[in-house]
Design a protein around this ligand. Structure first.
Ligand SMILES: Cc1cc2nc3c(=O)[nH]c(=O)nc-3n(C[C@H](O)[C@H](O)[C@H](O)COP(=O)(O)OP(=O)(O)OC[C@H]3O[C@@H](n4cnc5c(N)ncnc54)[C@H](O)[C@@H]3O)c2cc1C
Length: 709
C-alpha cells in the first residue's frame, strides 16, 4: 500500500497501523517534507502561540511506529495502467492499493504574475509555514504593504495572526472578488470578523486581481492597489500530475470519489482531503473535512485489505468553526450560534492539541499491536531459509536487463586492474526500520567506501549481497531496485563497476558490500608525527542520535532526523582528496568502534599520544543532554575496550562521544601544522562544510588520549 501526502487523512491510517498489524502488508508513505503541518494550529504558530514542533507531525517517526517506510519525495506522475508512481528524486514505485491525500494549491490561472513581484502561496499550508522566515525578512526591510488575495475566512484568520506577529510594522488589506461568502458562517460571525478586522486596522477591498507587479496589483476594473507583498489565498486546485492522471475529475478539476472515498473509475485508489470531490455532494475544502474523511479512510483501508465491505463517508452539512482573533480569543460559529470569547480560544486549543497529540510518541514504545491478515495472505513461516530464499528470478532479471549491459546474465565479471595488488574490504549494515531503502543503499556504499579511502585507495568494482524482506512482486521489486539504485547512485560518482551480486529474503533486511580497489597513495596508521593536527571530516553522533530518535525521544524532531540523515549521506571523498593534496599520510575512518578506538590505533602504531579539545561543534546535534541520555547498543563494548587508554574527567559532558559507534562516520585525518591553511582551504573549496579541528599528537605518555577538562 502506498500513501501519497502526509495530509490530515493519511496520517490517521498510519496511526491505526501503529496499533494494528496486517500480516503480509508493506506500507510506504511518500510526502514532500519530513513534517506534516496541522492547519488548525497554523495561525497560532504565525502569531507565536505554538512552536513549529507543536503544530507538526513527524512523518518519519510516525512511519517508524507504524512499521511503514517513509520516502521524502514528490510524486510527479501517476500511471494507473501500470500502477506506478514516478518520483522527482527517487526510482519509481509500484502499488497495489493507493491513498492520495496531497491537499491543494492556490489557483492562479487567471492572474498574471510579473517576475519582479514578491508573492507567496498560502496553499498548501506547509509552504506558507516554510516561507514564513522570508516573509519576516521582507517585512523587516520596510516592504510593509501586504495584500491577502482572497476573501475567505482563512484570509481573515491569516490577517489577524500576521497583524499580531508584526504589530504596527505593516499595513494589511484583504482583497477578494467575494468577501466571506461561506454559507455556513452566520450573520453575527461575519459582522464580528469585519469588526475585528476594522479594529486591527485591516482594510477590506472588493475586486478581482488580474496581475501582480512589484509595487501594485491591478484589478479587472483597471484600479491599482499599492502592494509590496501579496499572499495568494484564492480558491484551491490540484497539482498538474493529478490533473493529468486518468482519474475522473469534477468540473473544477478535483478527483471524483464515491461514498467510500474511492476514485469513481479506479477502485484501487482512495482520494481524501482537499484533492477529492465527493460525487454529487461537493463541500468546501477544509482541514476539518480532511480529518473527518480520515476517520472513514482508515476504516475502509483496513476493510478493503482484509476483504470486507466498505463503509460510507457521511459529510456533515455544517460544522464547528473556531477562528483565532486577538490574543487568547477566538470566534466560534455553529449554525446560528456565534460567540467571541476567551473560552472559545481555550476550546480551540483543547480540540487542536487533542488531535495533534495522537501523533506524538514520547515514551510510547512497545505498543502491543492487534494482528490481522491480508485477504490473500500466505504464511511466511513456509519461506525457505536456505538457498531458496533468493529474490525471485523474474524480479532479478527485469532489474538486471533494465540497468546493466550483462544481457547474457553471466554469473561473474572480469575487472581489469593496473597492478596485481588489489585492495579489498567487506561490510554489512542492517536497514534501519522505516528508512527509505534508496537512501540506505547510498549510505551502505559510502560506509564501505570509507575503508578504501582510508587505506589510500581508489575503488574499482564492487560485489553486493542484498537481504530484502520476505515478500513478493511489487514489494520485492521495490526493495531490490531501491537498494541497488542507491548503491549505483554513489558508485557511479567514483566510476565503480558493479561486478557481481547475490540476493536473499530475510527477517533482517540489509546490504553486504565487498569493494575492490587499487592503492593510490601511501597511507598508514603509523606515520603520525608529534605536533600533527587531528581533524574530523564531519561531525559525530549517528549512533546515539538514531537510538534516541527510534526510542521516540521528544528531544528530536523530524527536522533533526533530516539533519542526521543528511550527515549519513555525506561522502568523505572530498575530505580525503584534501588530505592527500596536503601531504597527509595518516588517516582512518571512524566506524562502529567509535572515535576513541580509531584514534588509539593511530597513537599505538605511531608510538604517540594525543591531546583532544572536545566542544559541542563535533556533534551533529549540539544538545548535550541527548548524548548523556542515549546510547547505541555497541556503546558498552566500545567503552570497555577503549576506556583504559584514555584520561578524561568522568564529568566531561562530551565523554560519551568517544565511544559512540558511527555509520558512514567521518575520516580522522592527521595534518602537519605547516599544511594547516592549505588543507583547510582545499577542504572548504571542495565541500559545503568545514573540517573540525579536535586536537594534536604529542610525545608518548602513559595514556593514548588526554581530553581537556
Ligand atoms: C491560512 C490557512 C488557515 C487554515 N486554517 C484552517 C483551520 O483552522 N481549520 C480547517 O479546517 N482548515 C483550515 N485551513 C484549510 C486547510 O489548510 C486545508 O483544507 C487542509 O490542509 C487540507 O488538508 P489535506 O489533508 O487535504 O492536505 P494537506 O494538509 O495540505 O496535506 C497534504 C500533504 O501532501 C504533501 N504533498 C502534496 N503534494 C505532494 C506530492 N506531489 N508528492 C508527495 N507529497 C505531496 C504535502 O507536503 C502535505 O504534507 C486553512 C487554510 C489556510 C490557507
Amino acid at each position: 500500500m502506498v500513501l501519497i501526502g502526509g495530509g490530515h487523512a493519511n496520517v490517521q491510517v498510519l496511526k491505526k497501523l501503529c496499533m494494528n498489524n496486517i500480516k503480509g502488508l508493506h506500507t510506504i508513505l511518500i510526502s514532500e517534507h519530513f513534517e506534516a503541518i496541522y492547519s488548525g494550529m497554523t495561525p497560532g504558530y504565525i502569531h507565536e502561540d505554538f512552536t513549529k514542533e507543536e503544530i507538526s507531525i513527524d512523518l518519519q517517526r510516525l512511519c517508524f511506529n507504524a512499521g511503514a517506510t517513509f520516502i521524502k519525495d514528490k510524486v510527479i506522475k501517476l500511471d494507473t495502467n501500470h500502477k506506478e508512481l514516478h518520483l522527482q528524486n527517487s526510482p519509481s514505485v509500484n502499488y497495489d492499493l493507493l491513498s492520495i491525500n496531497t491537499g491543494s494549491v492556490s489557483n492562479t490561472k487567471k492572474i498574471n504574475i510579473e517576475n519582479s513581484s514578491k508573492y507567496f502561496f498560502v496553499k498548501p499550508i506547509s509552504s506558507l509555514v516554510k516561507n514564513l522566515n522570508q516573509i519576516d525578512q521582507i517585512v523587516k526591510n520596510n516592504k510593509n504593504k501586504i495584500v491577502i488575495i482572497g476573501g475567505g475566512v482563512a484570509s481573515y484568520e491569516l490577517a489577524f495572526s500576521l497583524k499580531r506577529r508584526y504589530e504596527s510594522l505593516f499595513k494589511i488589506t484583504i482583497l477578494g472578488k467575494k468577501i466571506l461568502k461561506e454559507k455556513n458562517l452566520n450573520k453575527k460571525t461575519k459582522n464580528d470578523l469585519k469588526r475585528i478586522a476594522e479594529n486591527l486596522n485591516i482594510k477590506e477591498c472588493h475586486g478581482e486581481v488580474i496581475s501582480i507587479s512589484e509595487k501594485y496589483l491591478t484589478l479587472k476594473n483597471g484600479e491599482k492597489i499599492d502592494c509590496d507583498l501579496s499572499l495568494i489565498s484564492t480558491g484551491a486546485s490540484i497539482e498538474s500530475w493529478l490533473l493529468e492522471s486518468d482519474l475522473i475529475k469534477d468540473e473544477k478539476g478535483f478527483i471524483k470519489v464515491n461514498d467510500n472515498l474511492l476514485s469513481i473509475n479506479d477502485k484501487n485508489i482512495f482520494v481524501t482531503g482537499d484533492a477529492c470531490s465527493i460525487d454529487n455532494k461537493p463541500k468546501p475544502k477544509s482541514g476539518v473535512m480532511a480529518v473527518r474523511q480520515g476517520e472513514t479512510l482508515k476504516k475502509n483501508i483496513f476493510l478493503k485489505l482484509t476483504g470486507k465491505n466498505l463503509i460510507k463517508f457521511k459529510p456533515q452539512k455544517n460544522w464547528l468553526y473556531l477562528i483565532g482573533t486577538y490574543k487568547n480569543y477566538a470566534l466560534l460559529n455553529y449554525f446560528f450560534l456565534s460567540f467571541h470569547s476567551q473560552w472559545c480560544w481555550r476550546l480551540k486549543v483543547w480540540i487542536d492539541r487533542n488531535f495533534i497529540n495522537n501523533f506524538k510518541f514520547t515514551n510510547n514504545l512497545g505498543m502491543t499491536k492487534r494482528n490481522f491478515e491480508l485477504e490473500n495472505f500466505k504464511n511466511t513461516l513456509m519461506y525457505c531459509q536456505g538457498c531458496g530464499s533468493k529474490v525471485s528470478k523474474n524480479t532479478l532479471i527485469n532489474y538486471i536487463k533494465k540497468n546493466s549491459d550483462n544481457i547474457h546474465l553471466k554469473d561473474s565479471s572480469i575487472v581489469n586492474n593496473r597492478t596485481l595488488q588489489i585492495l579489498q574490504t567487506i561490510d554489512h549494515i542492517k536497514l534501519f526500520s522505516s528508512l527509505n531503502p534508496f537512501d540506505f543503499g547510498k549510505i551502505s556504499y559510502l560506509h564501505s567506501h570509507n575503508d578504501i579511502l582510508a587505506a589510500g585507495g581508489e575503488v574499482k568494482s564492487l560485489s553486493v549481497s542484498l537481504g530484502v524482506p520476505f515478500s513478493e512482486n511489487s514489494v520485492e521489486k521495490f526493495y531490490l531496485e531501491y537498494f541497488m539504485e542507491g548503491i549505483r547512485h554513489e558508485a557511479d560518482k567514483n566510476d565503480c563497476i558493479i561486478s557481481s551480486g547475490h540476493s536473499y529474503q530475510s527477517q533482517e533486511p540489509g546490504i553486504t558490500l565487498t569493494l575492490n580497489g587499487e592503492i593510490k597513495s601511501n597511507v598508514s596508521k603509523n606515520s603520525a608525527k608529534v605536533g600533527d593536527l587531528i581533524y574530523l571530516s564531519k561531525p559525530l553522533g549517528t549512533g546515539y542520535l538514531l537510538a534516541a530518535y527510534f526510542n521516540n525521544s521528544d528531544m528530536l524532531s523530524g527536522n533533526d532526523f533530516e539533519k542526521i540523515l543528511n550527515n549519513l549521506k555525506k561522502e568523505n571523498f572530498f575530505a580525503v582528496n584534501s588530505a592527500r593534496n596536503s601531504d597527509s599520510q595518516t588517516m582512518t575512518d571512524i566506524s562502529g568502534f567509535g572515535l576513541s578506538s580509531h584514534l588509539i590505533d593511530i597513537c599505538l602504531s605511531s608510538n604517540l599520544s594525543s591531546e583532544l579539545i572536545l566542544s559541542p561543534d563535533i556533534l551533529i546535534n549540539t544538545n548535550i543532554d541527548l548524548l548523556r541520555m542515549f546510547q547505541s547498543t555497541s556503546f558498552e563494548n566500545n567503552h570497555k575496550s577503549s576506556r583504559g587508554y584514555i584520561r578524561i574527567s568522568e564529568n566531561h559532558p562530551l565523554k560519551n562521544i568517544l565511544f559512540d559507534p558511527q555509520t558512514n562516520g567521518p575520516m580522522l585525518i592527521a595534518i602537519n601544522k605547516q599544511n594547516q591553511k592549505k588543507f583547510e582551504n582545499y577542504f572548504s573549496n571542495e565541500s559545503d562544510i568545514k573540517p573540525i579541528l579536535i586536537g594534536r599528537f604529542i610525545e608518548k605518555l602513559e595514556k593514548a588520549i588526554y581530553v581537556n577538562e
